[in-house]
Design a protein around this ligand. Structure first.
Ligand code: DQA
Length: 148
């Protein structure tokens, strides 16, 4: 069976495409999922792509990704607020890459702090929808390095 990457999205990311397009771009979450699924298939990976507006559900999605080849996590605003999401990341063995469409460090100061970054393998931000592919490539890199 193809190794699976889980790509998990937190609150308001279902609004991509209509939400502040000057910050987040014009692609919808469905567009991003379709792009990722096609590219990952070419690289021999399967995709589980999920979104929730609820903190506890995001915690459960993270638990359910345990054992996957990798997890890319855009926790949205929970990045800056949620110890529960960070603890969930700590609870799984799956490598996690934190990602954001926007460059959070160029924005309001409350976005400069992440509870997830210290417990993630790495962080990608600022490349719009392309951040998702960069995070997926980073996870493929980790996976292939660990399999070798
Ligand atoms: C975001 C950045 C967060 O600060 C914000 O709350 C989001 C989206 C991003 O992808 O740029 O919801 O995670």
């Amino acid at each position: 069976m193809a190794p699976l990457l889980h790509v998990l999205n937190g609150p308001n990311l279902n609004r991509l495409g209509v939400r502040e397009p000057r910050i987040y771009g014009g692609a919808s979450l469905a567009d991003i999922e379709a792009m990722l699924a096609a590219r990952l298939k070419e690289r021999g990976f399967g995709l589980v792509f999920r979104q929730t507006n609820h903190e506890g559900e995001l915690v459960s999605f993270i638990h359910e990704a345990d054992g996957a080849a990798g997890m890319a996590l855009n926790a949205g605003a929970f990045t800056h607020t949620s110890i529960a999401v960070a603890d969930a990341v700590r609870s799984v063995a799956t490598p996690v890459v934190e990602l954001h469409l926007s460059n959070v460090f160029a924005r309001e100061s409350f976005r400069h702090h992440s509870y997830i970054a210290p417990v993630a393998r790495g962080v990608i931000c600022g490349f719009g929808a392309h951040s998702y592919w960069l995070a997926a490539e980073a996870l493929i890199h980790f996976y292939e390095a660990e399999e070798a």
